[in-house]
Design a protein around this ligand. Structure first.
Ligand code: BJW
Length: 245
């Protein structure tokens, strides 16, 4: 495939996939900006900034403790869209990188391995005192002891809040510069830098595809768009990619 093959999927090209909260919606996890989404119930500036954590750590911990408990519920499991991306990773002969904005672990539970969590992981904690990052599945409190340095009060969710730098950006931008196909799934395109990835890929010569329930915000950098629930449109798209090989 040549990188100028717009409109037709690559047969062995390099693929970058970006996922957002929409891919986990049908697994029972709320999105942020849809009606009844998380940001309709809490204010971003109260729970998702470093200033909020400095001002009222208990409130921020309570927000993430509730979401961590929700993610541990037995009913919350990977869906057909997560599984389709695993099939693509396993059967696609070219390179694939899955970049998720989601802090849930549904991609890895489904079996994805080539995965970057650019906004962090709900089942990890980070210590502000010793900078250690550790697996964490229980509630965090201001009295929780860091197993690494024995200090209290320094453990915070290992997530990226507004004003903080998302993770592994050099690797992501390199993959975008090199990719032949960029696919965004279930993201509203309102939060940067992820919202700019389609434009980066388009400028680098990639074919760009959006798979979403509704078109994302702002001027579109997508050459192709398929609308519908992720559990239907992602398996369909993956099947087409693999059968066109
Ligand atoms: C379905 C579906 C179904 C539903 N099937 N689909 C002014 C201009 C430009 C930028 C800025 C600005 N002022 C400040 C900034 C920067 C700021 C930013 O972007 N602000 C904007 C709001 C304006 N960004 C930052 O601060 C970031 N850091 C940064 O920029 O550092 C500097 C830097 C510079 C240069 C290079 C690199 C870095 C950090 C952003 C951190 C975001 N953190 C959060 C919380 C993380 C932890 C947590 O989960 O609590 O990340 S906010 C929240 O939004 C979360 C998400 O990952 C992120 C994106 O949300 P997502 O996934 O798109 O969800 P929704 O709800 O918005 O959309 C859901 C979609 O699913 C919809 O489209 C539905 O249609 C669809 N859907 N059901 C398929 N069944």
């Amino acid at each position: 495939m040549t990188r100028s093959d717009f409109g037709s999927p690559p047969r062995d090209g390099r693929i970058v996939i970006l996922t957002g909260a929409g891919i986990s919606k049908e697994s029972g996890l709320d999105t942020f900006r849809d009606a009844n989404g998380l940001w309709s119930r809490v204010r971003i500036e109260d729970v998702a900034t470093p200033e909020a954590f400095a001002r009222d750590p208990a409130r921020v911990q309570a927000f993430y403790n509730a979401r961590r408990r929700g993610l541990r519920e037995a009913a919350v499991t990977p869906n057909a869209a997560h599984r389709a991306l695993v099939a693509l990773e396993q059967r696609w002969p070219g390179e694939i990188l899955l970049v998720t904005q989601n802090i849930d672990d549904l991609h890895e539970r489904a079996g994805s391995e080539k995965l970057i969590h650019m906004h962090g992981e709900l089942f990890k904690a980070r210590c502000l005192a010793c900078a250690g990052i550790m697996d964490w599945r229980d509630d965090l409190e201001s009295t929780t002891l860091c197993p690494g340095c024995n200090s209290t009060g320094g453990l915070r969710p290992h997530v990226v809040w507004f004003g903080e730098m998302p993770l592994e950006m050099d690797r992501i931008y390199q993959a975008l510069a090199d990719c032949d196909l960029f696919v965004a799934i279930g993201t509203s395109g309102t939060v940067y830098p992820a919202a700019g990835f389609a434009m980066e890929a388009l400028a680098a010569g990639a074919h760009t595809v959006e798979l979403n329930l509704e078109p994302s915000a702002g001027p579109s950098a997508f050459a192709e768009r398929r609308l519908g629930p992720a559990t239907r449109i992602v398996p369909d798209f993956v099947e087409r990619l693999l059968s066109d090989r």
